[in-house]
Design a protein around this ligand. Structure first.
Ligand SMILES: [Zn+2]
Length: 310
């Protein structure tokens, strides 16, 4: 396979892998325990996003390095590079423009997430007292990320739960802070900004994060039904939006995938079905291998077109 063919195959494999990960993300996160599903899915999304943009940049660079001023600066003979890497100018321009656009999206998203994190930290500092747990007016329970993060529980909701359900709710919210669930969600959002083909992964990771916190609550109180009851009650009560200052980086107890989570909690704990995740991991490894080989081949092609370097 020529270097150019390899680059194009790598770019297509990264794009196809992203589409397949998006389409299969709901089933994949349900096939693993949530404590594994969250980091695995987040890592897969980040790597696929990087490979997608990386392969686009390789195609653009393969052409740009043979372009007049750049070639002269690098001591590259354009005819030799083009002979080994005959990338059409239009294809390189399209790949470069797509890569720039996606990197700009990443930049905007990163700024947005940083502003939300700063607002959230400021909101945490303004909450009364110093304890992690803060009671506030209202009917919601929210984990707000910050340094340190805080758990806000609405007094209205708290009054409607029995003592075991109260412990379950607080354990769920504490889990979000202790396990740094906000960071996984932010990393997934950045991956999606870099590669919109991964958009469905966002909902899957959000579901898995909530499941992880639910399972931590079960571990804490030892009763799946009570945790399900606490979530269901919180879902019924949480009709109002999250507090304005905390909304950017808040994880509410029952705003996300409540029915699915209650169903899983009330069913028997399902054994993990690793076949899908293993196939996904192998496909991801193939995309990584193709991208790395494409980069290495480009490096060799440039070296071969630099007579002065030999
Ligand atoms: Zn939650």
């Amino acid at each position: 396979m020529s270097t150019m063919d390899l680059m194009l195959v790598a770019a297509l494999a990264a794009a196809l892998g992203s589409v397949l990960l998006g389409r299969g993300s709901t089933r994949l996160v349900r096939a693993l325990p949530p404590r594994l599903a969250v980091p695995a899915m987040t890592l897969a999304a980040v790597l696929l996003a990087a490979c997608t943009v990386g392969t686009l940049l390789l195609v653009a660079a393969g052409y740009a390095l043979g372009w007049g001023p750049i070639a002269a600066f690098g001591g590259i003979r354009p005819d030799q590079l083009h002979a080994r890497l005959p990338i059409p100018g239009a294809l390189a321009a399209a790949a470069g423009a797509a890569a720039v656009l996606l990197l700009l999206r990443l930049g905007f998203r990163a700024v947005h997430l940083t502003v939300a994190a700063v607002r959230s930290a400021r909101y945490c500092r303004r909450l009364p007292g110093r304890a992690r747990l803060v009671f506030v007016p209202g009917d919601d329970a929210v984990a707000v990320s910050g340094r340190p993060g805080r758990v806000m529980v609405g007094r209205g909701l708290y009054r409607r739960l029995d003592p075991v359900q109260r412990r379950a709710l607080i354990a769920h919210e504490r889990s979000h802070l202790v396990r740094r669930h906000h960071a996984y969600l932010q990393a997934t959002e950045l991956a999606i900004a870099l590669n919109p083909l991964l958009t469905p992964v966002g909902a899957a990771v959000r579901f898995a994060v909530e499941r992880w916190a639910d399972e931590d609550a079960v571990q804490r109180i030892g009763d799946r039904t009570e945790v399900a009851m606490a979530i269901a009650t919180a879902a019924v009560r949480a009709a109002r939006p999250a507090p304005a200052g905390a909304a950017g980086a808040a994880l509410a107890a029952a705003r996300s995938h409540t029915v699915g989570r209650v169903q899983v909690l009330l069913a028997d704990p399902t054994p993990s079905r690793p076949l899908g995740p293993v196939a996904a991991a192998l496909a991801l490894a193939l995309v990584l291998l193709l991208t790395a080989t494409g980069a290495l081949d480009l490096h060799h092609a440039v070296e071969a077109a630099q007579p002065a370097a030999h």
